[in-house]
Design a protein around this ligand. Structure first.
Ligand SMILES: [Zn+2]
Length: 146
């Protein structure tokens, strides 16, 4: 099996059996965004304690790439501290699934969940920090993903 086949199988698998799929009713922060070009629509719920993401779940609907990348993102994020979460980059997600050279039209499918996560983090920090410079930087990060 070629690498491309393996990655394809991973994406199909994740989209059929998404990881960390569901809701956290007593979340500390939640965020929603959508990608109207494809119809992807994702919510992410976070539990945060001691500056760490103790739990993360996502729900919504999306194409296989969107669901697979959301699954990978939640796996990467869980247990990380907020500074580490801030530093998650698009290639951290894309490389897990061999999507580094994804066509521009599909990149929004792949990165929607990362955008939602960064926006959720921004929302949380805006409520819990008063360093507005930090928050502006985070906002820029989220806006410059694609
Ligand atoms: Zn999509």
């Amino acid at each position: 099996m070629s690498n491309a086949d393996i990655y394809h199988e991973m994406i199909v698998d994740y989209s059929r059996n998404p990881v960390n799929y569901g809701k956290i009713e007593d979340h500390d922060v939640t965020f929603h965004d959508s990608n109207p070009l494809c119809g992807d629509s994702i919510d992410i719920d976070l539990k945060i304690a001691d500056n760490k993401v103790t739990d993360i779940k996502f729900h919504g609907k999306g194409c296989a790439i969107c669901m697979a990348c959301s699954s990978v993102l939640t796996e990467i994020t869980k247990g990380k501290n907020l500074e580490e979460v801030r530093k998650i980059e698009k290639n951290d997600i894309l490389s897990e699934l061999g999507l580094e050279h994804l066509q521009a039209v599909r990149i929004k499918c792949a990165l929607l969940s990362l955008k939602v996560l960064k926006s959720a983090l921004y929302t949380y920090l805006a409520d819990h920090l008063d360093d507005s410079q930090d928050i502006d930087k985070l906002k820029e990060d989220a806006a410059s993903l694609y």
